[in-house]
Design a protein around this ligand. Structure first.
Ligand code: NAD
Length: 251
C-alpha cells in the first residue's frame, strides 16, 4: 500500500472512538502502520481487522504503563496525543479534584507520552508529534470551560516548548485546535446537559450556535489535518497551533 504516510509508524492515544479512531483509519489508509491505543479494550476491538492497524490497551494516566510502552515500542515516527476530557463549569464549579483530573489527562499524559517516545525519535532524527488542544484554550474562551480551556491552553504551551527545543533535531510538534466535533463524547455531554426529561434539541442548538458555519465538525475532517501534520507535506510546520473550527474563532 502506498500513500502519504507510507512506511511510517504511528502511535495514537484515545483511538477507540471519535477523532482518535478517525485518525487511526485515515492514517492507516495513507499507508502508516498505526498502533491504536485506548484505555477501553472494547472500543479498540472495533478496529480489529483494519489493514495497517494494531491495537493495544493503554491508560495514559498510568505512568508505569506509559514508561513500559515507550521502552517496548519499536521506532515511532508519529505520535498523536489525542486523549482528553471536558469538564463542564466555571472556576467556582471546579474543585481541586476536578482541576487535577483535567490537567492529568489533558496535559500530564501528553508530557508522559512524549517523554516515552521522543528519545527514539531523536535517535532516528525524525518525528512528528501532534497534540490535541482545542480552540477553547488560549485561542478563544468558551463559557463553562474553565478547566478545559486552561488545560488545553497548556497543551499549546507544551507543544511550542517541545517544538523549539527539538527543531534542529528533526522533530516537529504541532497542536490541533478543533471547534465542536460530533464525537461520541459530545453526544454524551449533550445528553447529560439535557437531563433525563430535557430538551436534547435545545442543547444541540446551543452547541450549533457556537459554530458560525451552522454545523458541527466531523471526526473525519479533523483526521485529515492529522494526516497532513503527520506527513512531509507539513515539513515546514512546527510549534504551530492550528484552529480547525468552522469559523468559531473568527466570529
Ligand atoms: P471522545 O471523548 O469521544 O473519546 C475519548 C476516548 O478517550 C475514548 O475512547 C476513551 O476510552 C479514551 N480515554 C479516556 N480516558 C483515557 C485514558 N486514561 N487513557 C487512554 N484513553 C482514554 O473523543 P473526541 O470527542 O473525539 O475527543 C478527542 C480529543 O479531541 C480530546 O482531547 C478532546 O478534548 C479533543 N477535542 C474534542 C472536541 C469535540 O468537540 N469532540 C473539540 C476539540 C477538541
Amino acid at each position: 500500500m502506498t500513500g502519504r504516510l507510507h512506511g511510517r509508524t504511528m502511535v495514537i492515544t484515545a483511538a477507540g472512538q471519535g477523532i482518535g479512531r478517525a485518525a487511526a483509519l485515515a492514517c492507516a489508509r495513507e499507508g502508516a502502520f498505526v498502533l491504536a491505543t485506548d484505555i477501553d479494550a472494547a472500543k479498540l476491538a472495533t478496529l480489529a481487522g483494519v489493514v495497517n492497524v494494531a491495537t493495544q490497551p493503554l491508560d495514559v494516566l498510568d505512568a508505569d504503563a506509559v514508561r513500559a510502552f515507550g521502552l517496548a515500542a519499536a521506532r515511532i515516527d508519529i505520535l498523536f496525543n489525542c486523549a482528553g476530557f471536558v469538564h463542564h463549569g466555571s472556576i467556582l464549579d471546579c474543585d481541586e479534584a476536578a482541576f487535577d483530573v483535567s490537567f492529568a489527562l489533558n496535559v500530564k499524559a501528553m508530557y508522559r507520552m512524549i517523554r516515552a517516545i521522543l528519545p527514539g525519535m531523536i535517535e532516528c532524527r525524525r518525528g512528528s508529534i501532534i497534540n490535541m488542544a482545542s480552540v477553547a484554550s488560549s485561542v478563544i474562551a468558551a463559557p463553562d470551560r474553565f478547566a478545559y480551556g486552561a488545560s488545553k491552553a497548556a497543551v499549546i504551551g507544551l507543544t511550542k516548548s517541545v517544538a523549539v527545543d527539538y527543531v534542529t533535531r528533526g522533530i516537529r510538534a504541532n497542536a490541533i485546535c478543533p471547534g465542536t466535533v460530533d464525537s461520541p463524547s459530545l453526544q454524551e455531554r449533550m445528553r447529560a446537559q439535557a437531563g433525563p426529561d430535557g430538551d436534547l434539541d435545545a442543547v444541540r442548538a446551543r452547541f450549533l450556535a457556537r459554530q458560525p458555519m451552522g454545523r458541527l465538525g466531523t471526526p473525519e475532517e479533523i483526521a485529515e489535518l492529522v494526516v497532513f501534520l503527520a506527513s512531509d507535506e507539513s515539513a515546514f510546520m512546527t510549534g504551530n497551533a492550528i484552529p480547525f473550527d468552522g469559523g468559531w474563532s473568527n466570529a
